[in-house]
Write a new protein. Structure first.
Length: 185
């Protein structure tokens, strides 16, 4: 199932309680203007090299509705109302990074956490974020409307960067990284 989009083309997102139990749906625009708790996901692609574990980071495009120009996990979005989380992750990996399903393996939902950030543009992210880890065997190519840059970075270096320069990263990325590091370190 592709999930739900309203007549204006605005995705309908899944509203949840703090235990991630569905409560209904609302448009992406309304969810972010009103600060409603909703379901989201973040995917972190990783690979082993001779130098150790690397993770794929993206620098969000400047034109994004918030957090443009900041570094974050490989891919993130929201499942549409009626769409399974795993299906949504596969859809967005293809849309954002041009990766077909067979270029990603071992996809695993490693946990969730809730965060809330108020942005200067009168937007609020209040998300129950499901974090997925997956190995990447394909060559990602960023959609320029989503990401202006991609970079494979050693896991340890990323942890050090987030600690010393958190302002370079999205507000949700430290939580994603903490969950991921405990599973792939």
């Amino acid at each position: 199932m592709l999930g739900s989009v309203d007549e204006a083309g605005d995705d309908r997102l899944v509203l949840v309680d703090l235990m991630d139990r569905p409560l209904g749906s609302s448009t992406k625009t309304e969810v972010h203007r009103s600060g409603l708790l909703h379901r989201a996901f973040s995917v972190l692609l990783w690979r082993k090299t001779e130098q150790g574990t690397e993770i794929l980071l993206q620098k969000r495009a400047q034109g994004k509705y918030h957090s443009g120009g900041l570094w974050t996990n490989s891919c993130c979005s929201h499942p549409r109302y009626g769409e399974e989380l795993g299906e949504a992750a596969v859809r967005r990996l293809n849309e954002e990074l041009g990766l077909p399903a067979d270029a990603v393996s071992g996809t695993e939902d490693i946990g969730t956490y809730v965060y809330r950030t108020v942005f200067a543009q009168d937007l609020i992210e209040y998300e129950c974020d499901h974090v997925f880890l997956a190995r990447c065997s394909g060559q990602p190519h960023a959609d320029p409307e989503e990401a202006e840059e991609l970079s494979w970075v050693p896991l340890r270096q990323t942890i050090d960067e987030v600690t010393s320069h958190p302002e370079r990263f999205t507000s949700w990325f430290p939580g994603v990284l903490a969950l991921a590091a405990s599973h792939i370190a």
